[in-house]
Design a protein around this ligand. Structure first.
Ligand code: NAD
Length: 289
């Protein structure tokens, strides 16, 4: 397939490289990045001209809307517009509507798996799209990822992503505060892990990504809390979840608390660039307030 790929940053560049390595004809466009090994166009319209599929991997919804306005008029009816960025549910639905009006099949397919998953071709895609669009894009998901879940119509991929990450943010904070409390109660971290990881408090945050160094499997905690999944990216996703909750009039008290906690950690404490599990050393330095 001829693929136009817009947004070749930390995630987009390795995803595009995997598509090119699988034999697809990939032409990239980025306002800043110049990744090695990808043929680059001078403009977004040049990148998408004649493409069967256009993939975007952009920082946020405002940029996605601006790029969509530029490229949709140039794309051929019947082609695919596959956005893999993490953006607002309403942005995904608005862009899909614009695409549909032009006869283009849109998919929102945000990912989990991070930069390692993008490089290794092991991402999970959460997809909002028609059955037809999902079937057409499936071979590309197979190259860039190990799993693609069709979550329903346009916007549902973004909905799945922010609901999952709202759970992740809240459980990571809960896991960290339990370790910090255990410290003050004189409970060894290893004993705490041995109990919780096999009891009803277990979770991905505890069992797979334990925030305590030297305990449980290898995780960013064992590497000075270098990401991993940076706290500011978690904050972005928690803000998306709260925007969606406001728009849908859903009560999400834990999600709101998680957003406020990461906002304080990242912006109040200046801890951007640290892994999102670094909430643990932060909490252990604090007293009850
Ligand atoms: P990034 O900032 O590294 O890459 C974004 C790229 O888009 C940059 O190279 C930037 O120059 C380019 N760009 C910005 N405006 C543009 C425009 N108008 N036209 C063309 N290119 C433009 O970000 P990333 O880490 O690759 O993340 C991309 C998306 O994936 C985000 O929505 C993010 O939330 C999501 N995501 C990231 C991760 C992660 O671990 N990094 C994990 C899951 C999801």
């Amino acid at each position: 397939m001829k693929i136009g790929f817009i947004g070749l940053g930390n995630m987009g560049a390795p995803m595009a490289a995997n598509l090119a390595a699988a034999g697809h004809d990939v032409i990239g466009y980025d306002t800043m990045a110049k990744p090695e090994g990808i043929v680059m166009a001078a403009s977004p319209t040049e990148a998408v001209a004649g493409a069967d599929v256009v993939i975007t991997m952009l920082p946020n919804g405002a940029i996605l809307r601006a790029v969509a306005l530029q490229i949709l008029p140039v794309m051929e009816p019947g082609t695919l517009f596959l956005d893999c960025s993490s953006v607002e549910v309403e942005t995904a639905r608005a862009v899909a509507k614009q695409a549909a009006d032009a006869g283009i099949l849109a998919l929102d397919a945000p990912v989990s798996g991070g930069v390692g998953g993008a490089a290794g071709g092991t991402l999970t895609f959460m997809v909002g799209a028609s059955d037809e669009a999902f079937a057409l894009a499936a071979p590309l998901f197979d190259i860039m990822g190990q799993k693609a879940v069709h979550c329903g119509p346009n916007g549902n991929g973004q909905a799945a992503k922010i609901c999952n990450n709202m759970i992740l943010g809240a459980t990571m904070i809960a896991t960290c505060e339990a370790f910090a409390l255990a410290d003050k109660l004189g409970l060894e971290r290893q004993a705490m892990f041995d109990v919780v990881s096999t009891s009803s408090g277990y979770s991905w945050s505890m069992n797979t990504y334990c925030p305590a160094p030297g305990v449980g499997p290898q995780s960013p905690a064992d590497n000075d809390y270098k990401p991993g999944f940076a706290a500011e990216l978690m904050l972005k996703d928690l803000r998306l979840s709260q925007q969606a909750a406001e728009a849908a009039d859903a009560d999400t008290p834990m999600g709101r608390t998680a957003r406020d906690t990461y906002a304080q950690f990242v912006e109040g404490e200046g801890r951007a660039g640290m892994d999102f599990s670094a909430i643990l050393p932060w909490l252990t330095q604090r007293n009850r307030r």
